[in-house]
Design a protein around this ligand. Structure first.
Ligand SMILES: [Zn+2]
Ligand SMILES: [Zn+2]
Length: 141
C-alpha cells in the first residue's frame, strides 16, 4: 500500500512510495542545482522495491561526483525533477522531498557536496556535512 505520494508541479508524473525513506539529506551539488533550478535539493532515499513511478519521464544521465553515472527523472511537461538514481547506490531512489505530499515530513540527517554550495546558502555549523559525497551509502552514514 502506498504510504506517501509525490508528484511533479503539473501532476503529469508521479511516484508512490510504500515505505519510510532509508536516508534523508540535502544535496548542494551543481548538477542538482542545474536540474532542479534550486540552490540546493532536499532528497529522501527509498529502497526501489516500494517505489512505483507513473508517467513518461525525461531521463537525464550524467557522470556523478564519484564518476558513477546518475540519472535525473524529470517531467517532460513542467520540467520539474521528481527523483534521481545513482548507479553506485544499487537502485535506491532519491525522491525530491519538496514534491512528496503530506504526511511526509522531511528530516535531513546531513548535507552533501557543500564544496559546491550556491552563493549565500548557509549550512548550520552544527549540521553533519560533507564537502563531497560521503564515503558510504547515505543510509549508512
Ligand atoms: Zn509535470
Ligand atoms: Zn546533488
Amino acid at each position: 500500500m502506498a504510504k506517501y505520494a509525490a508528484q511533479c508541479r503539473c501532476g503529469e508524473t508521479s511516484i508512490t512510495l510504500s515505505a519510510e525513506p532509508v536516508a534523508q539529506l540535502v544535496c548542494h551539488c551543481v548538477d542538482c542545482q542545474k536540474v532542479t533550478g534550486n540552490d540546493f535539493t532536499q532528497i529522501a532515499f527509498f529502497l526501489p522495491d516500494g517505489c512505483e513511478p507513473k508517467g513518461a519521464f525525461d531521463e537525464v544521465t550524467m557522470p556523478g561526483g564519484s564518476s558513477h553515472p546518475k540519472t535525473y527523472y524529470n517531467c517532460p511537461k513542467c520540467g520539474s525533477c521528481l527523483y534521481a538514481t545513482v548507479s553506485v547506490l544499487k537502485g535506491q531512489v532519491g525522491v525530491v522531498a519538496e514534491q512528496i505530499q503530506q504526511p511526509f515530513e522531511f528530516k535531513p540527517k546531513f548535507h552533501v557536496w557543500t564544496s559546491e554550495k550556491a552563493e549565500g546558502v548557509e549550512v548550520a555549523s552544527d549540521a553533519l556535512q560533507f564537502p563531497r559525497g560521503p564515503n558510504k551509502p547515505p543510509h549508512l552514514v
